[in-house]
Design a binder for this molecule. Structure first.
Ligand code: HEC
Length: 415
């Protein structure tokens, strides 16, 4: 009885919030997009995407869409800030990732799905039914089964036309403990504020996941599986460290260049922090921290016909091993202005003082109408020229791209 009452309250809230959002005009210029690759080096050609507003695993599913036959997705969001991104494709383990969305732009996020080595225990959907509740409102019901009884809270209906996702609840009411095993049986959507007569069931996708991040086949509203065979990668991988990589520990990294020989590396969704990364010809050394312990890695860039890898060893206190990174994707990434300043300018300029190091300190440089060395007027043009052409004892920075100089100028304005 208690559970049922709670379920009704949640339905009510969902209804109010969805009504409000449909009426709002904010779903225009903020997007999450990406291309879905697999850990066995293919491009996914079908599947569903769902996003929770706020923290990952809070189950506040709100937005969603589909993966197109070329492996890409692009989903408009009502607001920026933290979102939990989930990507599902049959045959692969689903991908939960906490992301930060910048408002008013397209937020590209690389997604790599690990292979599902045991599809037999995947949850199954059947009996999808659409039921009219009134001229303007309908609900969807489906049955969910699971051979190993470890269903999670993600029973999702995705409206790919309106880019919405709805969490479906057990007909007996939601469970308070979302880490508990959810029951097999019927699940029902909240009330959906649209006229059922005008709906095309093929615009809807249904996916369920268990606590081991497995999802079974994904269906449309006519109970047709949307599965398409993953495709070979068409992009030829450039023989360079810049790009998206996967390690033999199934973690995904983004490596980018800050200045010649100086790299920056970031791990997606993990607890390894790269403090320093240096490239000399084909040799890359890395200082990192893993769970608070300082470690070192020495890698070599090896380019073969069909693959580009970084291979070598790592050492940590009490542990060492082989590290192999496989390149998944080329990516042109512009590092942030602060990182670029630290890598290129900080040897000669203080950022937090006006004292001279080698060149003049740059604190407040854009707040002063005259540049500190030559007294020329301060403007984006004069500073850009100084960086590109150098001047006095300052060398020119021919390696920095236009966009990177813009990033540095934006950073200088904050000093
Ligand atoms: C090898 C040392 C060195 C490096 C590296 C260096 N600078 Fe300079 N910079 C100087 C010196 C020396 C001056 C003074 C030149 C002068 O008085 O004409 C200067 C002057 C400047 C000025 C003032 C120009 C003016 O007209 O007064 C700016 C702005 C500046 N640097 C920005 C940068 C930025 C941004 C970077 C990094 C991309 C950078 N510098 C890297 C040495 C350096």
């Amino acid at each position: 009885m208690h559970r049922k009452a709670k379920g009704t309250v949640i339905f009510g809230l969902f209804w109010v919030s969805s009504f409000f959002l449909v009426g709002s005009l904010a779903w225009c210029d903020t997007y999450v997009s990406g291309k879905v690759l697999t850990s066995d080096g293919k491009v996914v050609a079908s599947g569903a995407v769902a996003l929770e507003k706020g923290e990952l695993h809070n189950n506040a599913f709100l937005a969603g869409g589909k993966i197109l036959p070329d492996g890409t997705f692009k989903i408009p969001l009502p607001s920026g800030g933290p979102w939990g991104l989930h990507v599902y494709s049959e045959g692969y383990i689903y991908f939960p990732l906490q992301i930060r969305v910048n408002e008013g732009m397209d937020n590209e996020t690389p997604v790599i799905l690990p292979l599902d080595s045991n599809p037999d225990d995947d949850p199954r959907i059947s009996n999808i039914r659409f039921a009219k509740a009134s001229d303007q409102v309908f609900r969807i019901t489906m049955r969910v089964d699971d051979s190993d009884g470890n269903l999670g809270p993600q029973m999702l209906a995705v409206d790919t036309k309106r880019f919405r996702a709805y969490r479906m609840l057990p007909v007996g009411g939601d469970l308070d403990d979302k880490k508990a095993n959810f029951p097999v049986g019927d699940y029902v959507s909240p009330f959906i504020p649209a006229a059922l007569d005008k709906e095309d069931p093929r615009d809807w996708l249904f996916v369920v996941a268990d606590h081991q991040c497995s999802n079974g086949p994904i269906y449309d509203g006519l109970y047709q599986s949307v599965f398409r065979q993953p495709m070979a990668h068409t992009e030829s991988l450039r023989c360079e460290v810049l790009g998206i990589w996967k390690s033999n520990f199934d973690k995904v990294y983004r490596f980018y260049l800050l200045s010649p020989g100086k790299l920056k590396g970031e791990q997606f969704d993990g607890n390894l922090i790269i403090d320093r990364m240096v490239q000399e010809q084909d040799r890359i050394t890395m200082d990192f921290r893993f769970e608070g312990k300082k470690g070192e890695g020495t890698l070599r860039l090896v380019c073969e016909d069909s693959r580009v890898i970084l291979t070598g060893d790592f050492t940590l206190p009490g542990r060492s091993g082989e590290w192999i990174f496989t390149k998944l994707k080329n990516e042109e990434i512009f590092p942030k202005g602060q990182d670029l300043f630290m890598a290129n300018c900080a040897v000669c300029h203080f950022h937090d003082s006006t004292e001279t190091k080698v060149g003049p300190g740059l604190k407040g440089v854009f707040k002063n109408p005259q540049l500190p060395g030559t007294g020329r007027p301060t403007s984006e043009e004069t500073v850009r020229k100084q960086i590109q052409q150098g001047g006095g004892k300052m060398p020119p920075f021919k390696n920095l791209k236009e966009e990177e100089i813009s990033e540095i100028i934006d950073y200088l304005k904050t000093l």
